[in-house]
Design a binder for this molecule. Structure first.
Ligand SMILES: [Zn+2]
Length: 101
């Protein structure tokens, strides 16, 4: 048990600093997809005052199983909480739903 805590602690800073995980389900075949997002690379900062979002992610995800294209747009506040989402061809699911076979 202590060993796993040790491992967890090693990986923790990476999660907090630059990586975000999202879980989506392909609407066509039901395949669940884990999406890894690097804040510095994938997410753009919104500068317009008229826009409620502080950060935005635009991504096209291809389903591993049926090659369906899922268009993803997520808006975030400053703390990277999702405040708006538009997903064509799929839907966001929770980690619990992803883990549940
Ligand atoms: Zn699929």
């Amino acid at each position: 048990m202590a060993f796993f805590d040790f491992i967890k602690n090693i990986f923790k800073p990476a999660y907090n600093s630059n990586l975000l995980f999202f879980y989506i389900r392909d609407r066509k075949c039901g395949e669940k997809i884990k999406l890894l997002v690097r804040k510095s690379y994938d997410i753009q900062t919104i500068y317009e005052d008229t826009d409620k979002a502080d950060y935005r992610l635009n991504k096209v995800v291809i389903c591993n199983k049926c090659y369906n294209k899922i268009n993803l747009q997520l808006d975030f506040d400053q703390a990277y909480n999702i405040i708006n989402s538009h997903i064509d061809g799929g839907e966001l699911i929770s980690k619990e739903e992803f883990d549940d076979q």
